[in-house]
Design a protein around this ligand. Structure first.
Ligand SMILES: *Cc1c(COP(=O)(O)O)cnc(C)c1O
Length: 404
């Protein structure tokens, strides 16, 4: 077999479909977020405004976080030095796990090197340890949950996105005594919509199911302490396991689950992805700890964040840009074609210094390609107006469809 041409052909297939991914090479500028320097393929540079960062609050450059990381690197050095079991449990890991458990009002917390790893390891392990379990999974769940469920090799049922009636139907069709887990997200990051949390929890109680909630796009951003949508709705105590990331609103990196001590002990003890991997750098853990504490105490960041998102949605609507019906801080704009979305975002980057990554399959279904804007508290009125004007131009130039 000619291995190289085999893989070349697979890549060429992506290019023909218009969904070959090209990464923008950026240098973020600490203290100047959302500004960044972009490196063109020819090595020349220009300044851009970043409009698609998941560092939702700019915590990745917050002086409190940077100072905590500097202090930690001087105290404990760079890396963890091992897995959690073999010399890799640093004091900062323990402090951070306690802080996260407290944030979500749970018995315990468990850290991972990413939110992806946390979902994959937690779901695959919990399910594997319950032979005969049936997993009920929202159709738009993140790849990390889907992989975790697949790796458990247990039965799964997929309910239509946020469709409580369909979830009920699927639950009713199964043996009442079978163990069950409902796995879902609170804020769906590509639509910006929010799960009907109370109704799903009611069903879980009625049918005796465990609940596993991914709050990755909500931690730091919703609720009085930034614990997420479950906190905002006063429902934290009814969710069994909450997953979050330290890499998005908390601006650093790493992921976690919080929940009942015994379940986290089982994940800690049985998940290969946790056991056999060097733990998070203690410097990262120290930065995340400072970030969580800061974000908890500063609700005004959340207020300003929501205000910016609302304002951008209004500006877009005023010029007929087709904003999707998002109820959250995420501002997705439908384009509906992989080539148009790529051409549009390339033009924004080169001609307007606006960086928004095109979102295409498999992140979203084919035919729903979109641009996804994430305004932060640090995006100014002027930046918002410039963005709306640029999109207005672009929609005319590319003859894209406008909202009624
Ligand atoms: C980004 C994301 C994750 C993974 O978190 P990382 O810390 O980036 O690995 C998990 N779930 C959802 C819904 C996400 O969007």
């Amino acid at each position: 077999m000619d291995y190289r041409s085999h893989f070349r052909a697979r890549i060429d297939g992506l290019k023909e479909e218009g969904r070959y991914r090209v990464f923008a090479e950026l240098a973020r500028q600490a203290g100047r977020f959302p500004r960044a320097t972009r490196y063109r393929p020819d090595g020349s540079t220009h300044e851009v405004i970043v409009w698609c960062s998941n560092d939702y609050l700019g915590m990745g450059q917050n002086p409190v976080v940077l100072e905590a990381m500097r202090r930690a690197i001087d105290e404990v050095g760079a890396g963890a030095g091992g897995t959690r079991n073999i010399s890799g449990t640093n004091h900062y890991h323990v402090l951070l796990e306690r802080e996260l458990a407290d944030l979500h009002d749970k018995e315990a917390g468990l850290l991972f090197t990413s939110g992806y790893n946390a979902n994959e390891a937690a779901l695959s392990t919990l399910c594997r340890l319950m032979p005969g379990v049936i997993v009920f999974s929202d159709a738009l769940n993140h790849a990390s949950m889907i992989e975790g469920i697949l790796h458990s090799k247990q039965e799964k049922r997929i309910f239509r996105h946020n469709d409580v009636a369909h979830l009920r139907e699927l639950l009713e069709a199964e043996d009442g005594d079978a163990p069950k887990i409902i796995a879902f997200e609170s804020v769906y990051s590509m639509e910006g919509d929010i799960a009907p949390l109370a109704e799903i929890l009611d069903l879980a109680e009625e049918f005796g199911a465990l609940t596993y909630l991914d709050e990755v796009h909500a931690v730091g951003l919703y609720g009085q302490n930034g614990a997420g949508i479950a906190e905002r709705e006063g429902l934290m105590d009814r969710v069994d396991i909450i997953n979050g990331t330290l890499g998005k609103a908390f601006g650093v990196g790493g992921g976690y689950v919080t929940g009942p001590e015994v379940m986290l002990d089982a994940i800690r003890s049985f998940a290969p992805g946790f056991i056999f991997s060097t733990s998070l750098s203690p410097v990262v853990a120290a930065g995340a700890l400072a970030s969580v504490r800061h974000v908890r105490a500063h609700n005004e960041l959340r207020v300003r964040h929501q205000e910016r998102a609302q304002r951008l949605k209004t500006l877009f609507r005023d010029s007929g840009i087709p904003v999707m019906p998002s109820e959250s801080h995420i501002v997705p704009v439908m384009v509906g074609d992989p080539r148009c979305v790529k051409e549009g975002s390339d033009a924004l980057l080169e001609d307007y210094g606006i960086y928004v990554q095109p979102i295409n399959f498999p992140t979203v279904p084919k035919g729903t390609e979109r641009m996804r804007f994430t305004p932060s508290p640090l995006h100014t009125d002027e930046m918002l107006r410039d963005l709306a004007a640029a999109l207005n131009d672009l929609w005319s130039k590319l003859h894209l469809e406008r909202a009624a």
